[in-house]
Design a protein around this ligand. Structure first.
Ligand code: SIN
Length: 479
């Protein structure tokens, strides 16, 4: 690992800093080894970061979008120039296969480049007035200090997807990454420092007491916006805690993605889509398939082909050549996946391939046939490499099963019939629909969910709106 990108403390007001002597260890999930010992930032540090971001907000918000874009572009270039080092750190701390880590670096940088441009296009409106002597103008202004609370499964891209639009809009930010994978985030902020953001514009506080830090963000009058990616349960807590300050929240929460294969689907295409959608990051993404709903006429063919593709996956340390499935993030994750499998077996599920924990944090990619609504994973997010397969016999039944969840993030289906594609896409109660496509994430499209999967959108022209306030100006007495 390249040590020049390794940092072990928070970055606040342009300084690498720590309070006291408390620390936590960052582990490599591939072998349990300690990768780094990081100074444990606390609520005091969090408050200092908020104050620094607040002081930096006015001058930063007054700079031109073009100037902000020039710094964002430098940051993007530095990230690309350090792709290999960043990918190494990412694989070491979160287990992701190296090729996927490299992909994430490019994906993450794309949000910075996109929003550097998009910031220049924050247009207002001139509205035809309701009386002759008035003129109506609408402008958009940055919302203020933003707290970005980000997960371990995409330790780089989930930061840039929030911070890119925030900084481009003229907001200042405090990042709070998870303790499982803070090293990528710290390296990213080091590159932001090199790119030339003024002190206080971008801050990062690494700390193990996520609940206390989150509460400080929620209750602070200085923080105007929280953007969070994580579980629905934590999203609900943040929302409740933010009620007094009436803070704006963007929440990208849990999912329970259905993947429907109709009888007229191209089965080979569907299997290829299923593999990328289910097994990316060992199943640890919010948009990974949670339930395969397969028409009874193609159930056997799809299942056999999926099992064959799964049998060809190589499990191992993400740093090793050709590995497709790395370890899960920690032992608790393995425990949870094991419980899902045991529960399914007890309720009549058939293990078609896999089904076993392999020691350390590894779990075999697994396909479970004869899945049913009673099984735990039909209502809970799996976040691991298990593919449960359910059977259906009509379009109505497939849509009913797909929508029978509190979640509404990503959904997928395969069909060659254009009319069916429109009908099903419109009927799915999800923020995102992949039609004959298993990989839908990109900086140019709006990522986000409905129902208990959250609110707000990230990426695309819509993604910057979450960091802006609308101001209506009425000019009177124009005689
Ligand atoms: C996530 O798992 O939250 C993000 C996945 C993605 O951006 O594709």
């Amino acid at each position: 690992m390249n040590k020049s990108l390794l940092f072990d403390r928070s970055y606040v007001n342009g300084q690498w800093t720590k309070e006291g002597t408390a620390s936590f260890e960052v582990m490599n999930p591939a072998n349990g080894e300690t990768l780094a010992t990081v100074a444990d930032g606390d609520v005091i540090m969090t408050k200092k970061a908020i104050e620094a971001a607040d002081r930096a907000f006015k001058p930063w918000s007054k700079t031109t979008a073009k100037y902000r874009a020039s710094i964002l572009e430098k940051w993007n270039d530095l990230i690309i120039a350090h792709s290999d080092e960043l990918a190494d750190i990412m694989t070491l701390e979160c287990g992701k296969p190296l090729a996927e880590s490299k992909g994430e670096v490019a994906y993450g940088a794309s949000f910075i480049k996109w929003f550097a441009e998009e910031g220049k296009r924050i247009y207002g409106d001139v509205i035809p007035p309701h009386t002759e002597n008035r003129r109506i103008v609408v402008i958009k202004q940055p919302i203020g200090v933003v707290a970005a609370m980000t997960p371990w499964n995409f330790p780089l891209a989930m930061i840039t997807r929030k911070v890119g639009p925030a900084l481009a809009a003229g907001c200042t930010v405090i990042i709070r990454p998870t303790c499982e994978a803070p090293l990528t985030a710290l390296a990213l902020v080091h590159l932001a420092e090199q790119a030339g953001f003024p002190p206080g514009v971008i801050n990062i506080v690494v700390g193990s007491d996520s609940a206390a830090m989150g509460k400080v963000f929620c209750e602070s009058e200085l923080v105007k916006k929280i953007s969070f990616t994580g579980s629905t349960k934590i999203g609900q807590i943040l929302m409740a805690q933010s009620s007094n300050s009436l803070k704006k929240l963007s929440l990208e929460l849990g999912g329970n993605a259905p993947f429907i294969v109709f009888e007229d689907a191209d089965i080979d295409q569907a299997v290829a889509g299923a593999m990328v959608s289910k097994f990316r990051n060992a199943g640890q993404t919010c948009v990974c398939v949670n339930r395969f709903l397969i028409h009874e006429k193609v159930y056997d063919e799809f299942t056999a082909k999926l099992c064959k593709a799964v049998s060809e996956l190589k499990i191992g340390n993400g740093l090793d050549e050709g590995v497709n499935i790395g370890p899960l993030i920690n032992k608790n994750a393995v425990k949870k996946i094991t419980q899902f499998v045991e529960d399914a077996k007890a309720k009549g599920g058939t293990i078609l391939i896999g089904g076993n924990a392999l020691g350390n944090c590894y779990f075999e990619p697994t396909v479970i046939g004869n899945a049913s609504k009673e099984m735990l994973f039909s209502s809970e997010e799996i976040f691991g490499p298990i593919a449960p397969i359910y059977k259906f016999s009509s379009d109505e039944q497939a849509i009913q099963m797909a929508n029978d969840t509190i979640y509404g993030l990503a959904s997928y289906f395969y069909s060659q019939n254009v009319a069916r594609c429109w009908k099903v896409a419109e009927a799915l109660e999800y923020g995102m629909v992949g039609i004959n496509e298993g990989l839908i994430s990109t900086e140019v499209a709006p990522f986000g969910g409905v129902k208990s999967s959250g609110q707000g959108r990230e990426g695309s022209k819509y993604g910057i709106e979450d960091y802006l306030e609308i101001k209506y100006m009425c000019f009177g007495n124009i005689i």
